[in-house]
Design a binder for this molecule. Structure first.
Ligand SMILES: [Zn+2]
Length: 170
């Protein structure tokens, strides 16, 4: 079978497919998929490559999320942020707040509380939300047209109560 890049419509018609169960499911199921995938990727390719792959997956997801949920013509930065906040909440990914944004210098610091990927995890020695790093980078790339380096600097898994991401545009 020839390669076909992922697009939003590959998610299928969920409302037709799950007429009784509906579009939602427990966070544990999402995390089971996420952390077993991370386990296998880490065993096969090593921790650093696994993180890169997961970040790349997040980037594709963020791009598709932007194109299908956020995008509209003439979206100002303030409207973009407010639409993004609502969408992140509506999809129950977490509670997004912008701590600082200097769009001219392409520097944004944002936090996600109750993050779907890590809130409630045991404290470990590193931030774990690589998928979110990619997800945010994908969204920002689609909105601004330029590439962004996104790094998680605080995480539930490092003992903080929110995930904090620093985004720098190139
Ligand atoms: Zn985190």
């Amino acid at each position: 079978m020839s390669y076909k890049p992922f697009e939003w419509k590959d998610l299928g018609d969920i409302s037709t497919g799950r007429t009784n169960l509906g579009p939602e499911m427990p966070v544990a199921v999402y995390r089971l998929f996420e952390f077993t995938t991370k386990d296998v990727l880490t065993r096969r390719y090593g921790a650093e490559t696994a993180k890169e792959i997961i970040r790349e997956c997040g980037f594709i997801a963020g791009s598709e999320f932007y194109k299908n949920v956020i995008q509209e013509d003439n979206l100002t930065f303030d409207n973009f942020i407010s639409k993004l906040q609502k969408a992140i909440l509506q999809y129950k990914i977490g509670v997004l707040r912008i701590e600082s944004a200097d769009i001219a210098r392409k520097r944004i610091t944002l936090t996600v509380a109750e993050d779907i990927d890590c809130s409630g995890l045991d404290v470990a020695d590193e931030a774990v939300c690589n998928y979110d790093e990619g997800f945010i980078a994908g969204i920002l790339k689609c909105y601004t047209g330029c590439d962004w380096d996104v790094l998680e600097i605080d995480c539930w898994a490092t003992g903080d109560r929110v995930c904090r991401f620093k985004a720098i545009g190139r």
